[in-house]
Design a binder for this molecule. Structure first.
Ligand SMILES: Cc1ncc(COP(=O)(O)O)c(C=O)c1O
Length: 313
């Protein structure tokens, strides 16, 4: 790709001792990959952008909700790598646009707002059907699914594991990441090698419904991947569902940011770290564990999210 993105840093966040149990927490700062195409979004887009370029596509078309990190990143990537971008946005248009959509529009993304039922229907349709539905006649359009999860996205995320291995001179015991569509976690699982057989990978669900284990398994089956390490989905910290928060999470986020000096997003990484710290207190990790926590970015969403919180107060 024309723009070179740096390897993200791996920091030792803290050495934790509780009731005689010690753990070292590391944070893989994918939020620092790039100011606008950051976190798992860059991992997921990397090979898709390359593929789109190789296919001679000039336009990226994708789906997302009004606060979507994915839409924001696609709009930014379009600008950086010279693609037109089109988004099918779930729900009615609300003016003024929220900060995510303002950014996307300013970056040149065409926004098409559709009802929730049309959105669901369109997500399973062919590109031709979608373009007809929004009255566009364009050729060489590259379709990216909601959340950006597809085969090439998993390939990009699989590289996280090898990258961590170049940064640590030992193999960690636990990998932890927030899970929405499951693509990042499944990609990481597909990057595990024989050196990881003693490891445990934990996906912290940000959606309720206990269905994410099956979702991740389906993605692994599609890739014909059998992870070399044990893995599980932790469903205890979604706090009632996607983007649902409570006072304890807000307090945790504030304390964390003050203590460690970097920001978390409300929807994914706050719940991940909240879950990890709760699990540490409950002694759920083996003694002397080295835990890698993925900072998957999403910081663009904080402005719109805090505006929403303020309106509710
Ligand atoms: C910041 C952030 N972290 C984690 C995730 C979860 O990733 P996935 O949808 O691949 O499970 C997302 C959603 O894509 C996200 O935007």
């Amino acid at each position: 790709m024309a723009v070179f993105f740096q390897k993200s840093p791996l920091h030792c966040l803290d050495v934790w001792t509780f009731n005689g149990n010690k753990a070292t927490i590391w944070v893989k700062r994918d939020d620092l990959i790039h100011p606008t195409v950051q976190g798992n979004k860059w991992r997921k887009l990397k090979y898709n952008l390359e593929n789109a370029q190789n296919q001679g596509s000039k336009t990226l078309l994708t789906f997302g909700g009004a606060f979507s990190n994915h839409l924001y990143a696609v709009a930014a990537a379009g600008q950086l790598f010279d693609f037109q971008t089109i988004a099918i946005v779930r729900g009615e248009k609300i003016l003024p646009l929220n900060p995510t959509l303002q950014f996307a529009q300013a970056a040149g993304m065409q926004l098409h707002f559709v009802s929730r039922s049309d959105y669901r229907m369109l997500s399973n349709q062919s590109l031709e059907f979608i373009l007809n539905f929004i009255n566009l006649s364009l050729s060489k359009v590259y379709l990216l699914p909601e959340g950006g999860t597809n085969d090439l996205a998993l390939r990009g995320c699989s590289e996280i594991i090898a990258e961590i291995k170049t940064q640590l001179d030992f193999t960690p015991d636990v990998y932890a990441v927030a899970v929405g569509t499951g693509g990042t976690f499944a990609g990481m699982l597909s990057g595990m090698t024989d050196a990881d057989t003693h490891c445990k990978a934990i996906g912290y669900a940000v959606l309720k419904g206990n269905f994410l284990e099956q979702t991740v398994q389906n993605l692994l089956n599609q890739q014909k991947v059998q992870p070399t390490c044990a893995w599980t989905i932790e469903n205890a910290y979604h706090l009632g569902g996607y983007a649902k928060i409570n006072a304890a999470l807000l307090q945790f986020k504030e304390n964390f940011e003050q203590k460690y000096g970097f920001e978390l997003d409300y929807v994914y990484t706050s719940k991940l770290f909240y879950g990890i710290f709760q699990d540490l207190q409950q002694g759920k990790f083996p003694p002397n564990s080295h835990i890698i926590a993925m900072h998957t970015g999403g910081l663009q969403g904080n402005l719109g999210f805090s505006q929403k919180i303020q309106k509710k107060q």
